[in-house]
Design a protein around this ligand. Structure first.
Ligand code: TYM
Length: 354
């Protein structure tokens, strides 16, 4: 069976972009694929994190998965830091990844900004950890929003480099699944910027836990332009805010952008925004309520998913650390005096978020 791996960082507020670009598609795909949905807490450590907040966000993302309709009986749900092979395989794969490939990553350039030399090695090599997440399970498909496309191309390149090096077809080349009418949801304050957890303005995004009044207010205040809505898709050129809001409407109602444009052709924004608010509240209100209830119960991924024993699905030991591993490293030679002194063990507050 084809296997899906995807994940979300537990950093800040989950928003409409995460829902429409990722989670919503996962719910539909879980019927036809073997699915692994991870809460990628090691990725979150590429930026400074408060340990208590990170634990809470990990629970909130888990609650979002379940509230949105991911079935834990059918899918594997766990947080990344509980399965050591992600980091282990990331190291191996980093040895097959030329620096030139990482230098092309636009997300690193954006996040590091002008302080490039001060950015952490983790932020720089983050796409290799992402490749390891996917390849550790030999995932064949990866449903994500458009902003992750470049990272997925890199994962395919790394898998290909490994396979070529050993003359094998060991890792499948994972296929990105980027679909729906809102693969890149933009900020409600600026149609040229991606909706993001880290935007300082809460009015730039609709959080998955916002209540009905807040959702309606944010849509009412969303930036627009002075023209009525266009009669066809071509009329959306150079109107980023109109394109974004109509794309959101189309995605929330399971329609095409073309149908959404036709539905509101020639109308003013205020009428359209009222209808958009109604559909957003209908979809997100229920999910947000369920998330708040689940988060209040404080259940962690390991409580929610009894099936989180990933070792049987995982191919990382075969790749590089078990007996007979492809790369020739691994457990054949056991150092006699290798015991980690207690004081060197990871502090529990960052070691396990579960
Ligand atoms: P993250 O946590 O930034 O986002 C999680 C998912 O939400 C999508 N997304 C969006 N989609 C549409 N519009 C937006 N404005 C928007 N913002 C976010 C993202 O594309 C993503 O699908 N590196 C990843 C997490 C990750 C991962 C993986 C994903 C780590 N390992 C392996 C897939 C497979 C990230 O930071 O996503």
């Amino acid at each position: 069976m084809n296997r899906i791996f995807s994940g979300i960082q537990p950093t800040g507020n989950l928003h409409l972009g995460n829902y429409l670009g990722a989670i919503r598609n996962w719910v539909a795909l879980q019927r036809d694929y073997d699915c692994i949905f991870c809460i990628v807490d090691l990725h979150a450590l590429t930026q400074p994190q408060d340990p208590v907040q990170l634990r809470n966000s990990t629970r909130e993302v888990t609650a979002a998965y379940i509230a949105a309709g991911i079935d834990p009986e059918r899918c594997l749900i766990f947080n990344q830091s509980t399965v050591a092979v992600h980091s282990e395989l990331a190291w191996l794969l980093s040895c097959y990844t030329p620096l030139g490939w990482l230098n092309r990553m636009t997300q690193f350039k954006e996040k590091a900004g002008k302080q490039r030399d001060m950015a952490s090695l983790g932020l720089y090599s983050y796409p290799v950890l992402m490749a390891a997440d996917i390849l550790a399970y030999k995932a064949t498909h990866v449903p994500v929003g458009e902003d992750q496309k470049q990272h997925l191309e890199l994962a395919r390149d790394i898998a290909g480099a490994f396979n070529r090096r050993y003359g094998v077809e060991f890792f499948p080349l994972p296929e990105p699944q980027i679909f729906g009418a809102a693969t890149r949801v933009m900020s409600l304050r600026d149609g040229s910027k991606k909706m993001s957890k880290s935007d300082s303005s809460d009015y730039s995004r609709i959080n998955m836990t916002d209540d009905a009044d807040t959702i309606a207010l944010k849509i009412q205040k969303a930036k627009t332009d002075p023209e009525p809505l266009p009669g066809d898709e071509a009329g959306l050129a150079n109107r980023p805010e109109a394109a974004n809001l109509l794309g959101i409407y189309a995605a929330l109602t399971d329609a095409t952008l073309e149908a959404a444009v036709a539905r509101f052709a020639g109308q003013n924004f205020s009428t359209f925004k009222k209808e958009l608010a109604d559909v957003a509240v209908a979809v997100l209100g229920r999910i947000g309520g369920e998330m708040r209830r689940r988060s209040a119960r404080g259940r962690s991924p390991s409580h929610i998913c009894a099936r989180s024993r990933t070792s049987s699905a995982c191919c990382a030991p075969e790749a590089g650390s078990g007996r007979g591993s492809r790369v020739g490293s691994g457990r054949d030679f056991r150092p006699a005096f290798c015991r980690i002194p207690r004081k060197l063990a990871l502090p529990s507050r960052i070691a396990a978020v579960s």
